[in-house]
Design a protein around this ligand. Structure first.
Ligand code: FAD
Length: 295
């Protein structure tokens, strides 16, 4: 199946994002999570692409295994970092050979320091829209791109960022998945401003139930994402009580998903960090809404 077709069926689509394991222990955890999420019958699962080296092979291996050993539909994240166009073509060909037809096309960040200046491979690509074009001309793929409800940290201003986003859509993107965020209004502003430029590509919100305060603060530092002060205060108030943090994370993510789906978001992609517990609880909370909308 192709994600573009699933989205055309208009039911809100639900997917789970995971990262490639770096150790045997992480691999066991990931596969336990995959098996726990499989019965929920998500529309797809997506596997992030490593910043370099071995984890990239693991992305490809994990995506292949999901395609061949589970009932799940995999989407492979794929970046242009440190790849020549010939290498990119090879990997796209590999995905086609194992039946992976859904790819999230990303420019990526410099390995090591995501904030360092971007340097293209001498025979490679510079922007995600070029990768979208390359994948589209290489075969019958459904291609997604990244979207940034709070703006991309490297964009000089909001309008320029939205223009670049619309450019990726015009290059042939079938859908977009957002960076995680907490403000519904940020998502709506991106959707509306892209629509004003003639871009009606479905934008799927990326949602992460908070399970660990330090982790999300670090993420906010790295990406410039706003971590709402009221949420931070609620989490600080329960200090080291992990269950209480998890409960707040589930409640906040469920409310965010409900509002987004009511506003017509085409689905939700959960950032699971390879654990299923909170995601399953949010899924339970929003399920009536997705079933209502599907009828
Ligand atoms: P682009 O769309 O190319 O944008 C990069 C920058 O260039 C932006 O500031 C943009 O405004 C600017 N730009 C675009 N076009 C032009 C132009 N024509 N002229 C001038 N400037 C331009 N990273 C990974 O390494 N692996 C992953 O698996 C991964 N998964 C992700 C999943 C999601 C849902 C998201 C939102 C991000 C993910 N990332 C991942 C991070 C992503 O690679 C970085 O955010 C990266 O900095 C931007 O990638 P992009 O595809 O949006 O790039």
């Amino acid at each position: 199946a192709k994600i573009s077709d699933l989205l055309r069926m208009r039911k809100p689509c639900i997917s789970f994002e995971m990262f490639p394991p770096r150790t045997e222990k992480e691999e066991r955890v990931l596969w336990k999570t995959i098996r726990a999420l499989e019965p929920l019958n998500p529309d797809w699962v997506s596997i992030t692409y490593g910043a370099g080296g071995k984890t990239r092979e693991t992305t490809v291996e994990t995506t292949d295994r999901i395609a061949t050993e589970t009932t799940l539909l995999p989407m492979a994240h794929f970046t242009a970092v440190d790849h020549s166009v010939a290498e990119l073509r090879n990997l796209i060909g590999h995905f086609a050979n194992v039946g992976v037809r859904n790819i999230l096309a990303l420019r990526g960040d410099p390995p090591g320091d995501p904030q360092a200046d971007w340097v293209s491979h001498p025979d490679g690509l510079t922007y995600a829209h070029e990768l979208v074009e390359l994948i589209k001309e290489s075969g019958d793929f459904s291609v997604g791109v990244a979207a940034f409800p709070e703006g991309h940290p490297r964009s000089p201003d909001w309008e320029t960022g939205v223009r670049h986003f619309a450019e990726k859509c015009r290059a042939g993107a079938d859908f977009a998945v957002t960076q995680i965020f907490f403000g519904v209004e940020d998502y709506l502003r991106l959707r509306d401003d892209a629509a004003k430029l003639g871009c009606d590509t479905p934008i799927i919100p990326g949602i992460m139930p908070v399970t660990n305060v330090r982790q999300i603060e670090k993420f906010a530092e790295l990406t410039g994402m706003a971590f709402p002060e009221d949420l931070a205060a609620r989490l600080r108030a329960v200090a080291d009580d992990r269950d209480a943090i998890r409960d707040i994370g589930v409640e906040v993510a469920s409310e965010l998903c409900e509002e987004l789906l009511r506003e017509g978001a085409p689905g939700v992609q959960f950032v699971t960090l390879n654990h299923s517990r909170s995601t399953r609880r949010v899924w339970d909370n929003i399920r009536p809404l997705t079933e209502d909308a599907a009828r």
